[in-house]
Design a protein around this ligand. Sequence first.
Ligand code: HEM
Length: 141
Amino acid sequence: MSLIAALPHLNAILNAIAAVFLSFGYYFIRNRQIERHRACMVTAAAVSAVFLVSYLAHRANAPILVFNGPNSLSIPYYTLLISHVSLSIAIVPLVALTLWRAFKGHFEMHRKVARWAWPAWMYVSISGIAVYWILYQVYPG
Ligand code: HEM
């Protein structure tokens, strides 16, 4: 398998790792463990940044796959895909703002934006795995 062909699999793994760190990060802040929360969120952001580079490298070198499954599933699939892509663009400035407010020590403001950023980021990670699963495992071209 070429490096480019391997990237979608790597990307799905990176999404899964980000989702795990997001989950632990949320658990830790609910239990007031701020240092652990910070470590998990910074790690999730680093993993997502690596994902973004890898995703763009793949996009630049491979065609966009069309849905290969039954017609009856094409509307649900494209609904999932469009929600995933649009939120994935929206979370970039949202996550940056969330991190910025945390690093500046503006935790009240941090919490306000984080309550949108966290679920959106989690949705993007999980829906990314679902899109990968459908395209590369369930209905490969
Ligand atoms: C983009 C990355 C981050 C996300 C998505 C995020 C997410 C969250 C969420 C959802 C909450 C609210 C939890 C609740 O419902 O009570 C929260 C609170 C908090 N976060 Fe983060 N966080 C991030 C990065 C950080 C970083 C780097 C720090 C650095 C120390 C931090 C420190 C805190 C603190 C201190 C609170 C409690 C704020 C308060 O209750 O007033 N977070 N975060």
